[in-house]
Design a protein around this ligand. Structure first.
Ligand SMILES: [Zn+2]
Ligand SMILES: [Zn+2]
Length: 281
């Protein structure tokens, strides 16, 4: 089976380890392709994305490794880009000017309209608590609706190759227990989002990152959401969102069981410079 991973972070952003260590680990796992996807700079200072200076070093280093490992493994340079609003998102012309092979579009943060600052739904729990309790006055439904509304805006605008961790908002739910995926409002939100994704022909990743970090037992998106993706012919791509070299390919066997259980026998991979269908199993 073709083994690939296009979602990985390194010490250039919030991961551990050098890009080269990710390549070496991917080689040890007999992967055909590895993509680097550092967090693109944000317009405010923060602890988890690259800044402009790191970005240019990252791009240079990635290009160097592509040359160094040519013929042994396919390496691709990507970025995980945040959708914040109309001015900062993956479709911005800034990214077209960069030498990138692909882009991941993700929503990690929501704004507080009162102070204009952004707070992450997946970062330290005090940030999601601020959103939930201060901005959305204790309404998980309102906060989660805002998250998916941002995601839908991103889906419409485009500028990315696939959507990162579709239901990221569930990350802290095991610990904080602020909503149930069985609630009708949540299921209808997901239906709306997937219908939009299907209309715009976007690709969704199956992301095992939160399993590696012990936040969830399941990939993003949840198995029932993945089934709904399959019913809508939404193409998928399997990634591990590795923040350590040894997490490249983490949980792929378990994820493949969920993927085939949802009905999929094929997924997408970037090979020989083109997105193409590959067989799972
Ligand atoms: Zn992410
Ligand atoms: Zn990531």
């Amino acid at each position: 089976m073709i083994k690939t991973n296009y979602h990985s972070h390194s010490s250039f952003c919030d991961g551990e380890g050098r890009l080269e260590e990710y390549v070496e680990y991917a080689l040890s796992q007999h992967m055909q392709a590895l993509g680097f996807s550092g967090h693109a700079p944000l317009p405010f200072s923060n602890a988890w994305t690259m800044d402009e200076e790191a970005l240019s070093l990252y791009l240079g280093q990635a290009q160097h490794l592509k040359d160094l490992y040519r013929g042994r493994i396919e390496l691709y340079t990507g970025l995980e880009i945040d959708y914040l609003d109309e001015t900062h998102n993956p479709a911005h012309s800034y990214y077209e000017a960069l030498d990138l092979d692909y882009r991941i579009g993700s929503v990690h943060m929501l704004p507080d309209p009162e102070n204009g600052e952004f707070y992450s739904v997946d970062g330290p729990t005090d940030e999601i608590e601020h959103l939930l309790n201060k901005v959305y006055k204790g309404s998980a439904e309102k906060m989660i609706s805002a998250y998916y509304s941002q995601l839908q805006n991103m889906v419409r605008i485009g500028g990315f190759d696939f959507i990162g961790h579709l239901d990221l908002v569930k990350k802290h739910n095991r610990k904080m227990d602020f909503f149930s995926e069985k609630e009708e409002w949540y299921q209808s939100l997901i239906t709306g989002v997937l219908d939009t994704i299907s209309v715009y022909g976007r690709m969704v990743e199956v992301n095992t990152g939160a399993i590696a970090r012990g936040y969830t037992d399941e990939p993003y998106p949840s198995p029932w959401i993945l089934k709904m993706c399959f019913e809508r012919n939404i193409p998928i791509i399997l990634n591990s969102d590795a923040h350590k070299p040894s997490w490249v390919g983490f949980g792929f066997n378990e994820a493949l069981e969920i993927i085939t259980g949802a009905g999929y026998s094929r997924g997408m991979a970037l090979l020989q410079g083109k997105w193409q269908e590959v067989q799972y199993g």
